[in-house]
Design a protein around this ligand. Structure first.
Ligand code: ADP
Length: 392
């Protein structure tokens, strides 16, 4: 069985084609700047890399070009058994992946107020795939679903209860598919049942979130109502004093839109450093740029604080797992974080394993380390494909 997974952003469309018997990636790629000038599509089809510079008027245009490329190989449209879609926000209602019907699609659209940047784009991706593959099963996999087990005392904000109920304001959490995947892989790596482990999963990429996974269930996570809460990210602020928002509104004379842009696009690594939103640029300039040093430490210290609080929340932990762009690729970030909780967690890092650059699941702590520290490359697409195959 072959499954196509789609991850639609407002001007981008990521795709993966996965053969499910062997769970092999046949093709992947991304269309960028959809609806804008200077559009492009990059792909890797069975090891062959390709790229076209082409303007695409909409997501349908993009998917059509992608499918044309895929058809040049042996793939026929009929080979695709189903399409799995990454959907950012499932609200309180969607707790599991679901086959998409018109009623489901309407509900996902109705949740756009909770994720105005993401859900409308996801809906666009679904509509496009429905048109391109009429009659094929389409499955929605929600970023929020894994966090549906978070208890009420951890998802409730200290705001007026009725107002929160009215607007659905509470912690939902994101990156759920990734946190679930790496937690499962951590258990395999440690050769222990997932339901016997307390794991803190650190998904650190452009967007970052930390999750407390107890017995395989998410019990707390750093992102909240929106993906702006938590540690500082590429361009997102992460947690700040809500009073700072009032000050910003007052002193900078911002409206809601401008404030949203400031918190989501002008803050984080970019905003603090003034150098870049990319952690590599920050690390490369630490020695010469004081604000890069500061930014790096704000990032790592933020993770240290979450690890401490989630260790308390779960009454101890067995493992910390790093994943995503920064978590998988930055020995410096991992070393800084682990050195700050060395005595508290009884962590001993295997320096050579931490410095290793490969794409394998691996332990970076020594066998004697009281808390295991792991690096697990995330694979959200495979999880989405698995759910899709199951429902198809
Ligand atoms: P997204 O959240 O968009 O899926 P990724 O998980 O791909 O992002 O992470 C992208 C980020 O990973 C980049 O912005 C960069 O900061 C970081 N990154 C990638 N490689 C390295 C590296 N070798 N060292 C430090 N950071 C890295």
């Amino acid at each position: 069985m072959i499954v196509l997974t789609l991850n639609a952003g407002s001007s981008s469309l990521k795709f993966n084609l996965i053969e499910m018997t062997t769970e092999t990636a046949l093709a992947d790629g991304i269309a960028e700047r959809i609806g804008l000038s200077e559009g492009s599509i990059r792909w890797n089809i069975q090891g062959e890399k390709g790229r076209v510079e082409q303007d695409m008027k909409d997501h349908k245009d993009a998917l059509k070009t992608i499918m044309d490329e895929l058809r040049k190989t042996a793939l026929k449209d009929g080979d695709v058994a189903g399409v799995g879609h990454r959907v950012a926000h499932g609200g309180s209602h969607f707790r599991d992946p679901i086959l998409i019907t018109s009623a489901v699609l309407e509900e996902i659209e109705g949740l756009s107020a909770l994720a105005p940047l993401h859900n409308p784009a996801n809906v666009l991706g679904i509509r496009t795939a429905m048109e391109m593959f009429p009659g094929k099963p389409q499955v929605a996999v929600f970023d929020t679903a894994f966090h549906s087990t978070i208890p009420d005392y951890a998802y409730t904000y200290g705001l007026p209860y009725e107002i929160c109920k009215k607007h659905g304001i509470r912690r939902y959490g994101f990156h759920g598919t990734s946190h679930r995947y790496v937690a499962e892989r951590t258990a395999v790596l440690l050769k222990k049942p997932l339901d016997s482990l307390k794991i803190i999963t650190c998904h650190m990429g452009n967007g970052s979130s930390i999750t407390a996974v107890d017995n395989g269930n998410s019990v707390d996570t750093s992102m909240g109502l929106t993906p702006v809460e938590g540690i500082i990210m590429g361009t997102r602020s992460g947690c700040i004093d809500p009073g700072a928002i009032v000050t910003l509104l007052d002193k900078e004379k911002l409206d809601a839109n401008a404030l949203n842009t400031l918190l989501n696009k002008q803050s984080g690594l970019q905003g603090v450093s003034g150098v870049s939103s990319d952690c590599r640029d920050i690390e490369d300039s630490i020695a010469t740029n004081e604000r890069s040093r500061l930014t790096f430490e704000v990032l790592c210290y933020g993770v240290v604080k979450y690890i401490g609080s989630y260790a308390a929340a779960m009454d101890g932990i067995d493992a910390i797992t790093f994943t995503a762009g920064i978590g998988e690729n930055s020995p410096g970030v991992r070393a800084w974080i682990c050195s700050r909780i060395k005595n508290f967690m009884g962590i001993e890092i295997d320096k050579a394993a931490n410095e290793l650059r490969n794409k394998e699941d691996r332990l970076i702590s020594t066998p004697g380390s009281r808390t295991a520290v792991c690096v697990i490359p995330t694979n959200e697409e495979l999880m989405i494909a698995r759910y899709t195959a199951k429902l198809v």
